[in-house]
Design a protein around this ligand. Sequence first.
Ligand SMILES: *[C@@H]1O[C@H](CO)[C@@H](O)[C@H](O)[C@H]1NC(C)=O
Ligand SMILES: *[C@@H]1O[C@H](CO)[C@@H](O)[C@H](O)[C@H]1NC(C)=O
Length: 271
Amino acid sequence: MIPTVVNVRLFFKSLTVLLFSLSLVTSSVAGTIPPRAESQGHGKGELPEPSPRRFGFLLPRAFDPIDIIGPLDVLQALSRQTHLELVLLARTLEPVTTEPVSPAMNRFNSSFFPKFVPTHTYADNPPIDVLVVPGGPVSRSPDLEPEIAYIKEVFPSLQYFVTICTGTGIAAQAGVLDGHRATTNKAAWKDITAMGPKVKWVSPARWVEDGKVWSSSGVTSGIDLAFEFVKKKYDNGTAIANFIAGNMEHVIVSDWREDPFADQFDVPPSN
Ligand SMILES: *[C@@H]1O[C@H](CO)[C@@H](O)[C@H](O)[C@H]1NC(C)=O
Ligand SMILES: *[C@@H]1O[C@H](CO)[C@@H](O)[C@H](O)[C@H]1NC(C)=O
């Protein structure tokens, strides 16, 4: 099944490239300038591109709940101010547990793992503007092939790609962070950075923005990343972010360099 799907997708990708080239030819023939894929400088209050509307959250087994629920809570509040759509992605439509697969990662045989209900599978490949990849025990799983394949597949079409905590390690394994600046949980720095030798790892950093790639440090830093995202990517974003933070009673860390955990975990500063 999969090779067929890949071939069909390849065919459509080639077709898209061909049509795009044709449109470039026709528009230059017609003397018009094709629209720029990315605009750069922009003044205050003027957004360079449409605000993202469709958010996909990756739900691999054994993710850390806050990595998903933290940013999701901020965005849910934003969705009361502007139209947003939520997509929860997993391997199947079965509820996904946060329980690690390996009993070694649940030494006390606890039953303390909620389940989350996906809306779509990776194979559905629904249209999304932003993908959020969480971390947690899952980032050390040896069985991440479906997640890595999906991230590789969807990355080029995304407006933004966001990793939270050790989710950066999952993304690094997919190769999509190669050459990008990124950060991750300082308590897991050595293990996670080893997953992406071609990533430009940044520390200290509560989060890092590098074009379409946004990555956060440990768990709750994803909430501050989400607030920064709201500030930068939505009309009236700063006022809305402050309004949401007030309701959540969250003190936003608004300086991305404010990261006491780099020191705490002896992570050497990067350039
Ligand atoms: C772990 O707990 C479950 C119930 O939650 C129980 O059925 C199972 O026997 C326990 N396993 C061990 C190894 O104690
Ligand atoms: C901006 O957002 C704040 C908080 O939601 C709201 O009070 C204010 O009216 C908004 N301003 C504009 C111009 O939309």
